[in-house]
Design a protein around this ligand. Structure first.
Ligand code: UDX
Length: 431
């Protein structure tokens, strides 16, 4: 089937390339000329492991093209995915302006049946807004709307798309369901979860909110261990062995970041508030997580005896997690800014996220960027590990003279670090 994907960002690009890989003919459309020309010359504008290889494969098979011309893309394409950004508005609600603009443009340009499918994360009720807008724009257009939320983790997006736990489709009629079933025909039918549109939109928010709550829970258990003792790694493993809990997303850290969790929990809270529904648990997750990032800089300051002014701190990791260049809501960025404000000299490094971080931390003259962990650690008073990159798990400690480490990702065994002569502080260690 010919598929149009509007928006060539993290979600649209991975989805378009994967739709092509499973055999569809895909046109990815974006308004950003430079992004489209880069993609047409085989350059991927984001860091996503393995994506370039699949792009080359589907380009060679002539299964995908990139264009700024939506009208041409829509020709003979019954399925149109909206995968544009839904950034957070000042009040925490999801900004739907890009989604609605895309819907309007489809209505203005389409001259045959269209199934308009939101792939972007959108608040419950957006499908109805899109339907109303398209009907008002083009009363004679034969169309339907649907929801097909993505569950792609940055850094693991290809695997998440090609080996999904489930494929959620929210539809309003049988024809829409048949089209989406055909799009996903390569996957086992039991993976398909069919619902109405609002339920599909809510499933996405509920999934992310639950995962965010699970992370905040283990982070708070780590806080308890820091005060009363207890081994957070053993605690996490033991509760995760309960099949009702599950072992994933129980790694304590500096707080969750990324382009989804922080935005999505604010958005679901907003929808609830608009409808006078109290989501007290979600509220406390937001508070717990945002305070945590600030508290991490206090933990670091304590490791230096309470005074960071003039101290040299090596910050290993800037991305919000490993295997991405994305620094949106990254705890490491918050920590760098907090320590810089207190007068520390920060020497920051990250395998992929330095360029993105430079823009974010440009106001701080005492934040310096260096190419690797060993350079950052030279003459440092303290080393902070903020992102769980594999390269930091493989550090050669014989090359590191600084003896103080604050590990916010619990990458190492405390006993081993003590044997190596390090003053090793980690998440969940009793002070
Ligand atoms: C998330 C969802 O996982 C994905 O399904 C959705 O489509 C988009 O949002 P992503 O934001 O890429 O994906 O990152 P994820 O791997 O979920 O991690 C989110 C945050 O939680 C990161 O800051 C990560 O460091 C943190 N995290 C994750 C923990 O602190 N502990 C964990 O055990 C897991």
């Amino acid at each position: 089937m010919k598929i149009t994907v509007i928006g060539s960002g993290y979600v649209g690009l991975v989805s378009g390339i994967c739709f092509a890989k499973i055999g569809h003919e895909v046109v990815c459309v974006d308004k950003d000329n430079s992004k489209i020309s880069k993609l047409n010359s085989g350059v991927i504008p984001i860091y996503e492991p393995g994506l370039k290889e699949v792009l080359d494969e589907v380009v060679a098979a002539k299964k995908i093209s990139f264009s700024t011309n939506l009208k041409a893309a829509l020709q003979n394409s019954p399925a149109v995915f909206i995968a544009v950004g839904t950034p957070q508005d000042e009040d925490g609600s999801a900004d739907l302006s890009y989604v609605l603009a895309a819907a309007k443009e489809i209505a203005e340009l389409a001259d045959s049946y269209k199934l308009i499918i939101t792939k972007s994360t959108v608040p419950a009720g957006t499908g109805a807004k899109i339907k109303k807008l398209i009907s008002a724009t083009s009363p004679d257009l034969d169309f339907a709307v649907a929801s097909n939320p993505e569950f792609l983790r940055e850094g693991a997006a290809l695997d998440d798309f090609l080996n999904p736990d489930r494929i959620v489709i929210g539809v309003e009629d049988k024809k829409s369901q048949q089209i989406l079933a055909e799009i996903y025909a390569k996957f086992p039918t039991e993976k398909l979860v069919v619902s109405d549109i609002i339920t599909a939109e809510l499933i996405k928010y509920a999934s992310n909110s639950f995962l965010a709550a699970k992370i905040s829970f283990i982070n708070e258990m780590a806080d308890l261990c820091e005060i009363i003792g207890g081994d957070i790694k053993k605690l996490s493993k033991a509760i995760g062995l309960d099949s009702r809990i599950g072992e994933k997303f129980l790694n304590p850290g500096p707080g969750f970041g990324g382009s989804c969790f922080p935005k999505d929990i604010m958005a679901i809270l907003n929808v609830a508030k608009e409808n006078k529904v109290e989501l007290s648990l979600i509220n406390s997750v937001i508070t717990s997580n945002s305070q945590r990032k600030i508290r991490m800089s206090e933990k670091i300051s304590q490791a230096l005896g309470g005074e960071v002014r003039g101290k040299k701190i090596a910050l290993l990791g800037l991305a919000f997690k490993a295997n991405t260049d994305d620094i949106r809501y990254s705890p490491a960025i918050v920590i760098a800014a907090e320590l810089a404000k207190k007068g520390a000299e920060i020497f920051a490094t990250d395998p992929e996220a330095i360029e993105n971080s430079k823009r974010e931390l440009v106001e701080f003259k005492n934040v310096h960027f260096v190419s690797d962990a060993y350079k950052a650690s030279t003459d440092a008073d303290l080393i902070v590990i903020a992102t769980e990159w594999q390269t930091y798990r493989e550090l050669d400690f014989s090359k590191i003279s600084c003896r103080k480490i604050v590990d916010l990702r619990n990458l190492f065994e405390a006993e081993k670090m003590a044997e190596l002569g390090f003053e090793y502080s980690f998440i969940g260690k009793k002070n």
